[in-house]
Design a binder for this molecule. Structure first.
Ligand code: SAH
Ligand code: SF4
Ligand code: F3S
Length: 469
């Protein structure tokens, strides 16, 4: 069998697109591999939301060029948001690429994979281990792996029409386009039948969803998905504060399958800056929405995105962001120094020096980490049920998993093999220690479904044997 390697950068939209590419590749007769060096086709799915995402993508392109130099039969393809932004530049400066596919060209990429397939020999020896590499995308700056199919990213809308003044997304992804709910439900049913345990509905402002034919809103969509037979757990990314309604808050409170986490980017704590960002809400309005949310979901994790050093941000504006973070005690926050993007309004405004931005980022991180640590500390001594992700990056003898509120937990793998984990991918982890990045502990049991009974992890009496000698 010929194999394809897909490396994904950026957000949930690229994750969903990589899953589509992997599905098309699998249908055309490719195996999806986690090893670039053995692949006949290498796909780089890129992001351009900040300058370092762009730099990283060009770095990876240069890296993969070496693979192609070693074996000219290898096809090297770039797709995603940077490909959309820099299509012409790439075609000129990187003639070694076999294809540059923008965000609206994915079907053409799928067609190219089909067309190339007969040209490849069936040269990959598919061992049992390779067969476990499912034809699905990976998770966050990652490649496909044995457990990727447990999480399915399902597009509910494409593009964005909000035009925040810092953001490149509307330019590289186009305007809002909501998908018919019948298509969404059909795709979720297919993912569930292939073993998906967690469904993530994805879009740039998912909670602004409107069914094109009926006008049904996002709360209606959540209810329809929650009613699907076989659904294990459901979540969604990303919501916009402007579109958070009392009806949606009630839906959160009433649907038992929802993961207890809500990502609601606030970006900053100053009204003057929010206005210049074109965010369409004030800090007071954000607070009101959170109060509404907390009435229904007192125990959920609230997470956010924050930008520092946006053009015009004063010490007082920044102080207001720090104060808001202390008040909200976010369970997690993704924090960024503002990065000017070509063609966006804020890129033309007077910029704040990077040293100031970096200092503010460090100060903000210290404040945010306080709340994050406190959130993790609540788990100490308890058993948390978490969906397996795969071997821990730092120590392959350990497994990484994500709790329902999206906290990373790491625990020794013991003798749990891939096949056993795919059958029972929910790990009951007793939390022994907490860190800023997540928690560590011991796997005490596993389960097939989030609400299925736990099967105790095998007891290995090493200590007793030694003691009785
Ligand atoms: N649609 C989502 C966010 C998409 S981009 C929303 O509206 O919340 C993800 C995050 O990247 C944003 O929330 C923002 O915090 C950050 N971001 C986007 N453009 C940026 C830029 N030019 N510089 C720094 N951070 C940026
Ligand atoms: Fe970008 Fe704003 Fe759209 Fe989010 S809502 S994708 S930040 S323009
Ligand atoms: Fe990046 Fe495109 Fe998402 S620019 S953040 S991958 S929509």
């Amino acid at each position: 069998m010929a194999s394809i390697y897909i490396e994904t950068f950026g957000c949930q939209m690229n994750e969903a697109d990589s899953q589509y590419i992997a599905d098309r590749a699998a249908a055309a007769g490719y195996a999806v591999t986690a090893h670039a060096a053995e692949a006949r086709v290498v796909v780089l799915n890129t992001c351009t939301v900040r300058e370092n995402a762009e730099r990283r993508a060009y770095g990876r392109m240069a890296h993969f060029r070496a693979l192609k130099a070693a074996d000219p039969d290898v096809k090297l393809v770039v797709c995603g948001c940077l490909a959309e932004q820099d299509r012409e530049r790439m075609q000129q400066t990187a003639p070694y690429l076999d294809g540059v596919f923008g965000t609206s060209d994915l079907t053409r990429l799928g067609d190219a994979l089909e067309a190339w397939r007969p040209g490849f020999r069936d040269d990959l020896d598919l061992t049992e281990e390779r067969l476990l590499v499912r034809p699905l995308g990976g998770q966050g700056d990652c490649v496909a792996d044995a457990f990727a199919h447990l999480r399915a990213y399902v597009n509910v809308q494409r593009g964005c029409s909000y035009y925040c003044t810092y953001c490149i997304v509307p330019y590289v992804r186009g305007r809002f386009d909501n998908r018919p709910s019948a298509d969404i439900l059909g795709e979720i049913e297919r993912a569930l039948s292939r073993g998906a345990r967690e469904i993530t509905l994805v879009g740039q402002t998912v909670n602004a969803y409107k069914e094109p034919a009926t006008g049904a809103d996002f709360a209606d969509l959540l209810a329809a998905v929650a009613a699907l037979p076989g659904l294990d757990r459901l979540t969604f990314l990303t919501s916009h504060p402007k579109d958070f309604t009392p009806k949606l808050a009630r839906a959160f409170g009433s649907l038992p399958h929802l993961q207890p986490r809500f990502h609601l980017p606030v970006q900053c704590g100053s009204d003057a800056i929010l206005r210049r960002m074109n965010r369409k809400y004030s800090v007071a309005q954000y607070r009101e929405k959170i109060a509404l949310f907390r009435e229904q979901c007192a125990e959920w994790a609230l997470t956010t995105d924050l930008i520092v050093a946006f053009p015009g941000e004063t010490d007082d504006d920044f102080g207001a962001t720090l104060a808001l973070c202390e008040e909200m005690a976010f369970a997690q926050a993704f924090m960024f120094v503002y990065s000017p993007r070509r063609g966006t309004p804020a890129a033309r405004w007077e910029q704040i020096p990077p040293v100031v931005g970096n200092a503010r980022l460090r100060e903000l991180a210290a404040t945010v980490d306080h709340g994050v640590r406190a959130w993790h500390e609540r788990k100490r001594g308890r058993v948390a049920r978490a969906l397996v992700q795969g071997p821990s990056r730092k120590d392959p003898l350990k497994l990484a998993a994500k709790t329902a509120d999206n906290v990373t937990v790491v625990a020794p793998r013991g003798d749990l093999g891939d096949a056993a984990l795919i059958e029972r991918p929910w790990l009951d982890v007793r939390i022994d220690d907490t860190h800023t990045w997540g928690c560590t502990g011991e796997i005490v049991a596993t389960a097939a479904r989030f609400d299925a009974p736990a099967v105790p992890a095998q007891y290995r009496p090493t200590i007793d044997l030694i003691a009785s000698r």
